[in-house]
Every structure is written in C-alpha cells, then in structure tokens.
Design a protein around this ligand. Structure first.
Ligand SMILES: *Cc1c(COP(=O)(O)O)cnc(C)c1O
Length: 340
C-alpha cells in the first residue's frame, strides 16, 4: 500500500517500449535528433499552437529553476504561494539559478494564491524604489501543493493581472495532467490561452521515468537562446535527448498521459471516500487530483502502518496520501478492509 508519492510509481510500460524503439543506431545529440523533432510536431497538436519553443529536463526542480531564471533577474522577485514547491521543496534552486532572485511568498487557502494577496503584491511593485525587490514573474502551480486545481479561468484572470503590471507568468505543471483531468481544460486553455508565458509540463509523476518539458510561448520565445545557454551552463543539456523525447512521445500518444492521470485521480477519490467512512476522518483539502490531505485518528494510522501502508505526515498535523497511475484497485480494497 504505497501512498508515499507519485514519484515512487514505476514508469508506464509504453514509456519503456518507446525508449527501446528510440534506441536504434546513432542519432544527433543535444536535441537535434528525429525523435525530438517528432515530439515538436506532437506538442503542436497537444498545445494547439506552433508558437512555442521547448526544452527537456529530467527533473521538475531543474525545469522550474531554469524557466524562472530566464524571467527573474538577480535583482528581482518571483511571486508565488507560500507553500509553492519552488519556495518549500527546491533547496533554493530558483534563487540559485537566477543568481539571487527573491521569492515573494503570497497567501491564500488550499494552496492557491488569493486574488487579494495577488492584487496587493502587484500594487506594491515599484521599480523606482531601489530598496525593494520588484517582482518580475508570477509563478502559479497546478495542481497546487495542496492537491487542488486552479480552474483555467483563474489562471487566465491572474495572468491578466500580472501582465497588466508587466510581469511574466510561469506555471509549474508537475501534476498538470491531474489538473487538466479535474478541470476539463485543454492544455492550451490552461497555458498559452490563459496567458501563461512559460510552462513546466511535468510527465515524471504522471508515468514517465524522468521527463519535464519547459515550454516558452509567444513573446517568451525570445528567451529560448538564453534558456539553452542556462541549461548548458547548469548541466541540464542532456546529450542523448532522444531518450527524454521518446518518453514524452509515449505519454502523449492517444492521450495516455491524461488517461493515467484520470486513473490516479480516481484512485485518490476512492482513498478519500474509503477513509471518510470513519467519522473521525477529516479531509483538510478538497480532493481535485491524485493527492488526499486528511486528518486521521491515531488508531487508524497505526493499523495502516502495521499493514505496511506508506504515507507522509503533513506539517499541519494531517497526512498526505498520493496515488498514481499504478495504484491498484487491490490497494484500495485493502485500505477499505482496514477502515471498517
Ligand atoms: C514534484 C514537484 C516538482 C518537481 O520535483 P522534482 O523532484 O525536482 O522532479 C515541481 N513542482 C511541484 C509542484 C511538484 O509537486
């Protein structure tokens, strides 16, 4: 019973097959290969646009930090939620990659920046006052760290507010597929159509081995040369890029990534429903994706641990249970047996 993380899940077999298929003879390196070229065409369909450039990374932290560093100068700041992965879980990588850019933390319930907090922060930006650190980027996360999904309309609204103030908009989509499945938005609606300038589209947690796509849209494409230079300088220029591209091709084929996310989301719903059969259980966040945040009584926690269930405590005294494409129905049934 593994509810520790979707990073603990195996890769989907289609991804491994795609790697074997890409493993034919020599191919040009650093993204100049046929598999990466094929991915470009597939992304044009997935994103419903040709107006983008992309780069492949093996970790979400690298993709976030690289992406942000192209938009936030060392003397600037990034607006993000106080619980954002970039603020809490990246060991200062965004600050490091940007050469000292600051993260300015905003509040709001359910892991989502509140409109008031965003408006306040935007209103305070003053590039002429040398003592403060003006924000250059708004970073949103979808799913959020609390497992909730921003609707595409909110992303669009927040992006419009940010653009009015001259900021660029970054979207951390380590669990984008889960958010898309929950909201019903298309990748385009949740990204460039909503005003996102740079998207970190994660496929690792969804079912790849390690594949994160940084996508620069529209006017942000002027940062592509800088992005590549920064990728090289920081050691995130995979020579055999075809094997990253192959993972993405497998994930996008016939919408596999969304199917896998739908399964993961459904399993999380089941976990929540099973746990909530106990009156003492309290969901601390709505379940939108593949994460369940929940208060559990100590007796149930002990029984779950004794049965070999793995899951992490959350700082507020609750627990986080994460499902994946690979969480079997058996696991839900076994959990169910422990609750009654
Ligand atoms: C997991 C995650 C990442 C990336 O983490 P890595 O371990 O570096 O791949 C980024 N953002 C969010 C919101 C995440 O949940």
């Amino acid at each position: 019973m593994d509810f520790s993380s979707d990073t603990a899940a195996p890769a989907h077999p289609s991804v491994l097959e795609a790697l074997a298929k890409a493993n034919e003879g020599p191919a040009a390196s650093y993204g100049n290969d046929a598999v990466t070229a094929e991915l470009r065409g597939v992304l044009e369909n997935v994103l419903e646009t040709e107006d983008f450039d992309f780069w492949l990374c093996a970790s979400g932290t690298a993709s976030n930090a690289l992406a942000l560093s192209c938009f936030c100068p060392p003397t600037g700041a990034v607006l993000c939620h106080a619980g954002a992965h970039i603020a809490v879980d990246e060991r200062g990588a965004p600050e490091f990659f940007s050469g000292g850019g600051k993260l300015q933390l905003l509040g709001g319930p359910q892991g989502q920046i509140s409109e008031d907090a965003l408006r306040d922060a935007l209103a305070r930006i003053n590039h002429d006052f040398v003592h403060e650190t003006p924000a250059h980027v708004l970073s949103l996360t979808n799913l959020t760290e609390n497992g909730t999904a921003y609707p595409a309309e909110t992303v669009r609204h927040y992006a419009a507010l940010a653009h009015e103030t001259g900021l660029d908009v970054h979207l951390d989509g380590a669990r984008l597929a889960n958010a898309l499945v929950h909201t019903g938005a298309t990748p385009a609606q949740m990204s460039w159509k909503a005003g996102v300038d740079v998207l970190c589209l994660g496929l690792t947690k969804t079912g790849a081995i390690g594949c994160e796509i940084i996508i620069l849209f529209g006017g942000a494409r002027k940062k592509f040369a800088e992005l590549k230079a920064r990728a090289k300088r920081s050691g995130h220029m995979p020579p055999k890029m075809r094997f990253l591209a192959a993972q993405a091709l497998a994930m996008f084929e016939d919408g596999l990534w969304l199917d896998l996310a739908a399964t993961a989301n459904q399993r999380a719903r089941q976990v929540a429903d099973v746990l909530c059969r106990k009156p003492s259980t309290e969901l601390t966040q709505p379940v939108h994706g593949n994460e369940v945040f929940v208060r559990l009584d100590d007796d149930l926690v002990r029984r779950m641990r004794d049965a070999g269930a793995t899951f992490y405590p959350w700082p507020d005294g609750s627990y986080r249970l994460v499902t994946s494409w690979n969480t079997p129905q058996d696991t839900i049934d076994a959990l169910s047996g422990l609750v009654d």
